[in-house]
Design a binder for this molecule. Structure first.
Ligand code: NAD
Ligand code: 89Y
Length: 343
């Protein structure tokens, strides 16, 4: 496989995982990095031995010499940087949340489509080993037709020390974490017709909501609940596990805390350990997320080589992003939102 050259923009908290993963990915490596903060640029440049360093993304694109760009900045700069990639005809990966608004997200997808470049959103949670295991069990027809689901992420893990900006935004858990859980719900039970949500802020030291309960009506007739919380103090902290319950016509699936997959059907009950691997550079409890970063980045390279669409392409992610907007809208107005009408 020819080695693709990549450039990474945004050398912050999470980008370190992406840089480690690029070292492991077959068929690509990072040749240039960019951050407007000189200190972050130096730390990451020195840690990963990257000589080409830029403080300004325009200058990075002007010099060129790379086949794709990996945008790892926070959401404020995503539209500008994705449109810059499109103008320069450079295939782009963009971190979640993809955009500040659905209309920005649609414009970004359109810009890349018009430029003829692939665009993938770094929506990595569906790539987690336990989530893939649930999807594989469903595809193997282990429980017949699913009619109900619950996708649950409840924790009191201190995410604010690593990502202080999460305490400062008007919006918090749906935009930051629930976006992943909603994507998993779509990945497992299919696209969503309508949605009803309720939110709460429990932690007085943050600005946005830290609890959300969301009811989804899927197009295939299934109903699911997505419930997320960073205000839930448990005896055993589950961060960053998504727990899943699925009821189907022929049985049930339970993804339980500690990465157990329980499948019950006419043959009885089987329990399998679906723990993620602990990659050489990973650390608990983040290893589940870290492994999925490697998986999605390998998928980026593999699909580019095949000329095939990415699982979390920009176009696919519009359907997840619409759920985020619909959830805030529903919670604010106390109404059910027609998701199809937003797309
Ligand atoms: P961060 O603030 O630690 O890092 C962002 C970096 O981008 C900073 O160093 C900043 O100086 C730089 N930057 C911002 N705008 C820039 C621009 N226009 N040009 C050059 N550099 C610029 O943020 P973070 O915690 O690393 O989060 C980054 C993104 O990753 C967020 O969107 C966050 O939601 C996402 N994230 C994803 C996951 C996941 O599992 N997918 C996990 C954590 C964070
Ligand atoms: O930013 C978030 C994400 O995407 O995964 C977990 C996180 O780091 C904190 O909620």
């Amino acid at each position: 496989m020819t080695e693709l050259k990549g450039a990474l923009i945004g050398c912050g908290f999470f980008a370190v995982n992406q840089m480690h993963a690029w070292n492991d990915v077959r068929g690509a490596s990072i040749v240039a990095i960019c951050d407007r903060d000189p200190e972050r640029l130096k730390v990451v440049g020195d840690q990963f031995g990257i000589a080409r360093r830029y403080g300004d993304a325009e200058a990075l694109f002007a010099d060129g010499g790379f086949d794709f760009v990996d945008i790892a900045t926070t959401v404020q700069s995503h539209r500008t940087l994705v449109e810059m990639a499109a103008r320069n005809k450079v295939p782009a990966i963009c971190q979640k949340p993809f955009a500040k608004t659905l209309s920005d997200a649609k414009a970004m997808v359109e810009a890349c489509r018009n430029a003829g470049i692939p665009l993938m959103v770094h929506e990595n949670f569906r790539w987690q080993t336990p989530i893939q295991a649930v999807r594989n069990a469903l595809e193997a027809d282990a429980i017949g037709t699913p009619f109900w689901g619950r996708f649950s992420f409840r924790s009191a893990y201190d995410v604010f020390s690593g990502q202080p900006y999460l305490a400062e935004g008007e919006r918090f858990i749906i935009e930051d974490l629930g976006i992943h859980t909603l994507d998993i719900a779509r990945y497992i039970l299919g696209d969503v017709r309508s949605l009803t949500a309720r939110t709460k802020r429990v932690n007085p030291r943050i600005k946005g909501e830290d609890v959300a309960t969301i009811l989804l009506d899927h197009e295939n007739g299934a109903t699911s609940v997505v419930d997320v919380s960073y205000a839930t103090k448990l005896s055993r902290e589950p961060f960053p596990e998504t727990l899943i319950e699925l009821d189907g016509s022929e049985g049930t699936i339970r993804l339980t805390q500690g990465y157990g997959l329980q499948v019950t059907n006419a043959k009885g009950t089987t329990t399998t350990d679906v723990s993620p691997r602990l990659l050489s550079w990973a650390s608990r409890p983040w290893h589940n997320i870290q492994e999925s970063v490697y998986a999605i980045q390998q998928h980026w390279v593999d699909q580019l080589a095949r000329g095939a669409e990415h699982s979390t392409s920009g176009a696919d992610n519009l359907k997840t992003f619409a759920l985020v907007e619909a959830a805030y809208d529903s919670a604010a107005r106390g109404q059910t939102i027609d998701v199809g009408a937003m797309l």
